[in-house]
Structure formats: C-alpha cells, structure tokens
Design a protein around this ligand. Structure first.
Ligand SMILES: Nc1ncnc2c1ncn2[C@@H]1O[C@H](COP(=O)(O)OP(=O)(O)O)[C@@H](O)[C@H]1O
Ligand SMILES: [Mg+2]
Length: 255
C-alpha cells in the first residue's frame, strides 16, 4: 500500500518556517482491528486553504480530529506549527490545542448567553492568553462585525453567526483553523460569502485553513483539495475544479 504525501504549495516567505500542519504515517484503528485512517501523510504550508472531501465514512472526520488534537492517532505523528501534538496525553494536547488551533463548526457553536464580543474572547480567557486588542479590532472589522459586538448570537443571521465563529477561531492567532462543513447550514449566497471570507483571510493574512466539505463548489474555493477514500488520501488536486471533484467523488461512490 502506498502512502501519498501531498506537499501543498511553496511557503510564501523565504524563511524555513515549519509547516502549519504535518501528519506523518497517521493510522487510527478501533478495537485493534478496524482501520479508519491508514498511514496518512499530509503537509500543509502556512497560508494554504485546503479542502478535504470524500465519501461518507471514508475517514474525513477522523482525519480532522487527529490533525486537530481532538483525538490521538494509534500510530504516526501530528505536528502543528512545528509542535508535536500527538502522543502527548490529554492535558498537554488540550493546552496545545487551545493555543495553536481554531475550530469552525457547521452549527457555529456560539454560546447563546454571551455577546458576540464575549464569544470572541472566550477562548483567550480559557487559555489565559492576553487579548491583543489591536488584532481583535482588526479582525472584527475584517469580518464585518464591528457594529454587532453587543448582540447575542440569536440576534444575528446565520452568515453573521458563522463570521463571528470564524473571528473567534482566529482570536488567538492559531497555526491552523479546522472547519467542519462550515457552510453546511447556510443558503448558497451566504455560503459563498463565508467561503470568500475564509479564502481572503488565508490570502491576506497567511492564515491556514483545513476544511471538510461535501460540496465540490465549496472545495473549489480552496487552494487545494485532497480526496479521502477508505482511510487513505486517494488524490490531491491543486487549484481544484468543482466539476472534476464531483466526477472523482461519483467515481469513488461507484467503486
Ligand atoms: N469511535 C469510533 N469507534 C469505531 N468506529 C468509528 C469511530 N469513529 C468513527 N468510526 C468509523 O470510522 C469510519 C470513518 O468515520 P468518519 O471519520 O466519521 O468518516 P467521514 O467523516 O468521512 O464520514 C466509519 O466507518 C466509522 O464508522
Ligand atoms: Mg464526518
């Protein structure tokens, strides 16, 4: 069985900074037998927007959870921003995750009783990190929430809530933001706006986003897409095209 390493674009700067995400031969098995991820190797350079696609049950969520330190691989290594996050034990892994990783979920996961501003700064308070007021101001202006900071999530549209969740994910200036179907609950126009925002944050600020999506049109907004099948990276497409992705997914479904 071959392992595919997918080098994703050259770093923008000449300095040899570690990749935002490095997965080396990551395997995840359940009950000692059921292999869900099979020696997956993946390198994501800073300033890259990567989409992860694949049939249902192919291992996308498991890949994301192992990459993001929510779960620990059975074997292999995961490094985020040059720091190993695998094989550390729960406590150290949680600390690293809080400082170096952001999350965006399909259902936004904002706390309903808190204002937008309180939601944005909650991860900083949890990790004990000092809030960088200049960065936060810049961020809320960039995502278009500067006038909505005192509102509660229920007083925002779905698109605004997802923008707040994106701002929250970036508040601590993480090495990587992982997004799991971030546009799954939005209508087409709003979804397009959120995808544009993610792409702009990556391009303008050299952020790094790894997004699971089942929508080829959403994946086509990324710099690159990898298609997962049976726990392995089946293919890797730079500058993915929605029609080509749809064709590959259909072919995998027929196997
Ligand atoms: N905690 C678990 N215990 C046993 N099997 C699991 C567990 N989590 C996921 N799986 C199995 O791993 C496979 C891949 O799951 P998942 O990563 O959720 O796929 P996807 O996100 O691509 O739909 C599925 O067959 C699923 O049943
Ligand atoms: Mg899943």
């Amino acid at each position: 069985m071959t392992t595919l390493t997918a080098p994703l674009g050259a770093p923008r700067s000449a300095s040899a900074r570690p990749p935002a995400l490095l997965m080396r031969e990551v395997t995840k098995t359940y009950d000692g037998a059921h292999t869900v991820l099979d020696r997956v190797s993946l390198e994501v350079q800073r300033g890259t927007f990567l989409a992860v696609m694949g049939p249902s049950g192919s291992g996308k969520s498991t890949l994301l959870h192992c990459a993001a330190g929510l779960d620990d691989p059975t074997s292999g290594e995961v490094h985020v921003g040059g720091h190993r996050i695998s094989g550390l034990g729960e406590t150290k892994r949680t600390l690293l995750r809080r400082n170096r990783i952001g999350f965006v979920f399909q259902s936004y996961n904002l706390l309903p009783s808190l204002t937008v501003e309180e939601n944005l700064t909650l991860p900083l308070r949890q990790s004990g990190a000092a809030a960088d007021r200049t960065w936060l101001r810049h961020l809320v202006e960039r995502v278009g929430l500067a006038d909505l900071l005192d509102r509660r999530p229920a007083e925002l549209s779905g698109g605004q809530q997802q923008r707040a969740a994106i701002a929250r994910s970036l508040a601590a200036r993480p090495d990587v933001v992982f997004a799991d179907e971030p546009t799954g609950a939005l209508d087409l126009d709003t979804a397009a706006g959120v995808l544009d925002l993610l792409r702009e944050l990556v391009d303008e600020w050299e952020q790094t986003v790894v997004m699971v999506t089942h929508d080829p049109a959403a994946a086509a907004r990324a710099h690159a897409a990898c298609v997962v099948a049976d726990g392995r990276i089946d293919s890797y497409l730079p500058n993915p095209d929605a029609a080509e992705l749809a064709r590959r997914l259909t072919a995998l479904g027929r196997r």
